[in-house]
Design a protein. Structure first.
Lengths: 384, 384
């Protein structure tokens, strides 16, 4: 789906032992970078994307048509300034934008994986990213930043590679997926799998696409990304291009029309099986369970500096879950700052124009660079 | 689907002019009653059911296998005591349990209505109920009680027939359907309509059933009936009949298994087109709009006594919406009491074991009977 990104390839013998016990090899990671790595290799920031995100985090400087999904935060002169930092973003394992996933060719059969692709975890994604960061020749990351599932990866990075992560910014996220969130994901997967065009996951081989099922999954998920208040302010009960109710099942209300649009637009850019695999990885995410039932154990002896950010109206990953992360970090005397930002935009706030988030991120990074004595000059730097 | 209930039939010439402008005739209303109407005809209580409810509100005294959906509230010796009150419950217009709806025969074609059934509103449901209550020979109802969509009908009854409603108990409801709630309903409808077995609504003629689509719709809706906390307490991240994750797409988690069960069990008892019509009626519900933009106008000069009940963890019809109803009633100096009940069970709390709800309802009814000087004796009463 995305032939233009840079790719690193891990060949047979250089693969990854997944949490499932399956060895994945060969595999590829597609990525983008913005800015220049400095001589000290000290200004690298890894951005981890969310469920349906990709490696195109900032606007493409060479193509004004291609905008990045976090271009209000990342780019020249932005809070995450690519004139200062070397910004890296890679498509997750299991994704559909160039990294190896269920729509890739299974080397054992020569056919598309489909459901033969192994189920992956957030930890698998992060270990693949670490292998990729090794390839870039970067020992330590100045920061790892991400929202939602991206925030899960940030936490996993900090827990797994404390020496490689100077600062970590998990935003609008959780240390484990809640029962309600598993439930919403399950609805989405059931919607995809109920579509006869899913063909037990073999739709690409059979020349079809479970468009309706994936669109329904996206519609349900989309509601959870917003808030009651955001929907009320944005749409209320306004009618769509009509003066009165039609007494039918067309999209009378703007919110219906908006949801249908969101659902079907998504289908054009995303692979249904990747949706199954990535939601599954999120459901499996449970840091306390991986650390003897105590979240704080994940961050024992951490030297990383943390900045945890949540939003008041986010009911998918509510502030209380960020507080649990902060409490665990406090329990190990970690260096942590925590900001709950007032917003009516719901979970999606982390992707939107939230000046307090921008200033929090840039302020935290500047202060951390000062405190750590890190020179961010990239004038004499050299790209990877 | 339900041949055993009592039926009243409104023949051609005795029909109902719907809000859509369509005249519905003939039509039938299926109902159940519990207890005995007293000689004064003063002890009748109408229960209005919710989206997927029906007329079987209490346990069937003649069949211990048939339990009612609100049997913890309604029955002999219960808060809504059928030894004292004559309890009536009818299936809503558009339903699938005996009242006329999209699975009924269209008299004009001799075929099942399907999508030729006219779109109905909460007001249509209530006006049909009023015609049915007329047939029972009951002038005034001691109370009209209902939760969720049932509560919408309660409000509509009080607004439309103030002389016929002595007391009104709207529970866990709203005076208009919010944007978020319309959005969740639209997801459900899209799930049904995306199922190829829906056949543009003609599935009954064609001998099939959009089971998968309706099950997905029910699963999504079911999450909204609970609360994050209820799901956490009930399931957490517990696994279903296994000791560890399977790294697959089976229902690893109990909450997944529970949702699938709820979805597919629902399909066996409910008609997909009824689901479309009834959700649509709820989406169209907007009392302020029907009264010049001011909710209080709906209750001008009301003599009815109101008891408004909400639950702390209900995020589908949150307490603030009940407060708006109370404010509107206060604005017209209505007799209103308001109770917000502490519960972690979410919207479904109104159907569950909530002792404070039971005592609130029985206390309010007893006090109202005293205040209104109503004799509830039914010893010498005579059934309808």
């Amino acid at each position: 789906m995305e032939p233009n990104s840079k790719i690193v390839r891990f060949e047979h013998g250089d693969g990854l032992l997944l949490d499932s016990g399956v060895r994945l090899e060969p595999f590829e990671i597609a990525y983008e970078t913005y800015g220049t790595l400095n001589q000290d290799r000290s200004n690298a920031i890894l951005i981890c994307h969310a469920l349906t995100g990709d490696q195109h985090v900032a606007d493409d400087p060479e193509d004004s048509e291609k905008s990045g999904w976090w271009s209000n935060l990342v780019g020249p002169g932005k809070a995450l300034d690519s004139d200062k930092y070397f910004v890296i973003c890679s498509n997750v394992l299991g994704g559909c934008m160039g990294s190896t996933g269920p729509s890739s060719i299974n080397p054992e059969t020569g056919k598309i994986y489909g459901l033969d692709f192994p189920v992956i975890t957030i930890s698998d994604m992060v270990r693949a990213q670490a292998m990729f960061i090794d390839r870039l020749g970067i020992e330590r990351l100045f920061s790892v930043v991400g929202g939602s599932m991206g925030g899960m990866q940030v936490l996993e990075w900090a827990a797994r590679y404390p020496e490689r992560v100077l600062t970590a910014i998990p935003i609008a996220t959780s240390h484990r997926h809640s029962s309600q969130n598993i439930a919403f994901h399950e609805v989405g997967r059931q919607a995809v799998m109920a579509d006869p065009d899913w063909r037990q996951g073999r739709y690409l081989d059979e020349g079809c696409n479970p468009r309706s099922g994936l669109a329904v999954a996206r519609m349900a998920a989309h509601i959870t990304y917003l808030s009651d208040e955001a929907l009320h302010q944005k749409f209320g009960r306004s009618l769509q291009d009509r003066d009165s109710l039609t007494f039918g099942f067309d999209a009378d209300f703007q919110v219906e029309s908006y949801l249908r649009y969101q659902g079907y637009r998504f289908v054009d850019r995303f692979d249904a099986n990747s949706y199954l695999y990535i939601t599954r990885a999120m459901d499996y995410f449970d840091m306390p369970k991986d650390h003897g039932g105590i979240l704080a154990n994940a961050f024992k002896d951490t030297k990383s500096r943390f900045c945890v950010i949540s939003f008041t109206s986010d009911w998918l990953y509510p502030t209380r879950e960020s507080r649990e992360i902060v409490k665990a970090l406090n329990a190990v005397a970690a260096n942590v700052s925590f900001v709950e930002i007032n917003s009516e935009k719901g979970h999606d706030a982390f992707l939107l124009d939230e000046p307090e988030m921008f200033s929090t991120v840039s302020g935290f990074l500047d202060a951390s660079a000062d405190a750590l004595g890190i020179t961010l000059e990239q004038a004499q730097g050299k790209g990877v």
